[in-house]
Design a protein around this ligand. Structure first.
Ligand code: NAP
Ligand code: GDD
Length: 347
């Protein structure tokens, strides 16, 4: 029997890798996308097959985590075996600017989806995209047993989602799990997260179309892994015999300065000549250090990360150089590329 999966957040970084993985495993994949005035499917366009084609396995549906009625309708119609809740307002800095919206989507959105599974009476296994941001002020190393101390509206909303997922597991005997994932990156990472902001800037500075890079706190420590490996861990959590929560992390922490060093160094540049400080990128409350202990996932799920932060920096710089060459190169000499970045608009 072909398994059916429903992914919220399918147009995001993780959603695109997870859709790829599940299609490769023979799943029929359904994704919820938001209606926007411009196309927002660039990360999954390469997977799309006209739904009239008998070989089509990927189906997209309009919906939103703020619309519970629509979620009930979709759950009843699709009747999935597995539900992956990846949708969220996922930017920590932005959550301080839009705290109520973040609570609604990143927090209440989860209960709407869980309740839709419950009301529709489907027997789906449920994955909740929990986050290492839950640990916040609690020092590393952080594991499944470490107490939470959220430090942003985003983290507080994710804390609600973590507990409500656990509650539905206990109250309704649902196979519902939390993947507590530490930062994971890739060439598909959103442009306003610090790694991609840096690697994209390196490519543009090297090509001569950007002069400076404005950043905030360079001392924070993050445990950066590779997104393509982390979605494999999500899938493994839903194939386990019992529903449990798992940390996914590399166990290696680097500062933002380390990531700058690796990224600029990869193309022979000294980051200190280009990086400038802008207080707009500071957070009212910062998370100083996240370094995860994923030994439970490694021993029980057989999940092993192989790419750490420095290796990622090189992969992402190479990809951004290639992307710029494909898109920008023919234009560079003739047309001045815009000097603004999305980070100046949000983030
Ligand atoms: P991302 O790239 O920001 O993608 C977020 C996805 O959520 C996008 O598809 C977005 O749609 C969708 N979305 C946002 N608001 C929505 C709404 N109201 N209704 C329906 N969909 C909505 O995030 P990611 O990096 O792939 O992360 C996936 C999940 O894991 C998120 O929940 C994130 O908080 C969590 N997480 C991420 C990390 C990490 O390091 N990447 C670590 C721990 C946890 P549009 O494309 O239309 O914007
Ligand atoms: N975005 C950004 N922009 N971050 C900056 C900048 C900047 O200009 N300058 C310094 N930083 C620092 C932030 O203060 C933070 O300490 C660190 O870089 C990482 O920031 P982000 O890349 O925005 O990620 P995050 O750690 O806040 O959140 C990401 O990881 C979480 C898991 O730990 C997101 O993907 C969350 O959705 C996820 O839950």
């Amino acid at each position: 029997m072909t398994k059916r999966a429903l992914i919220t957040g399918i147009t995001g970084q993780d959603g695109s890798y997870l859709a790829e993985l599940l299609l490769a495993k023979g799943y029929e994949v359904h994704g919820i996308i938001r209606r926007a005035s411009t196309f927002n499917t660039s990360r999954i366009d390469h997977l799309y097959v006209d739904p009239h084609d008998p070989n089509a396995k990927l189906f997209l549906h309009y919906g939103d985590l703020s619309d519970g009625g629509r979620l009930v309708t979709l759950l009843s119609r699709i009747d999935p075996d597995e539900v992956y809740n990846l949708a969220a307002q996922s930017h920590v800095r932005v959550s301080f600017d839009e705290p109520e919206y973040t609570a609604d989507v990143t927090g209440s959105g989860t209960i709407r989806l869980l309740e839709a599974v419950h009301l529709a009476g489907v027997k789906a296994r449920f994955y909740q995209a929990s986050s290492s941001e839950l640990y916040g002020a609690t020092p590393p190393p952080q594991s499944e047993k470490t107490p939470f101390y959220p430090r942003s509206p985003y983290a507080a909303a994710k804390l609600y989602s973590y507990w409500i997922t656990k509650n539905y597991r206990e109250a309704y005997d649902m196979f519902a799990v939390n993947g507590i994932l530490f930062n994971h990156e890739s060439p598909r990472r959103g442009e306003t997260f610090v790694t991609r902001k840096i690697t994209r800037a390196v490519a543009r500075i090297k090509a001569g179309v950007q002069k400076d890079l404005y950043l905030g706190n360079l001392e924070a420590i993050r445990d950066w892994g590779y997104a393509a490996e982390y979605v494999e861990g999500m899938w493994r959590m839903l194939q386990a015999d019992t529903p449990e929560d798992y940390v996914l992390a590399t166990g290696v922490g680097y500062t933002i300065k380390d990531f700058l060093e690796a990224s600029f160094g990869h193309v022979g540049l000294d980051w200190q000549e280009y990086v400038k400080f802008d207080e707009r990128y500071l957070r009212p409350t910062e998370v100083d250090a996240l370094i995860g202990d994923s030994s439970k996932a490694q021993s029980e799920l057989g999940w092993t990360p192989t790419v750490d932060g420095v290796a990622l920096a090189k992969i992402m710089v190479d990809a951004d150089i290639e992307a710029l060459e494909c898109e920008g190169r023919p234009w560079i000499d003739k047309v001045k590329l815009p000097s603004w970045s999305t980070e100046e608009v949000a983030g």
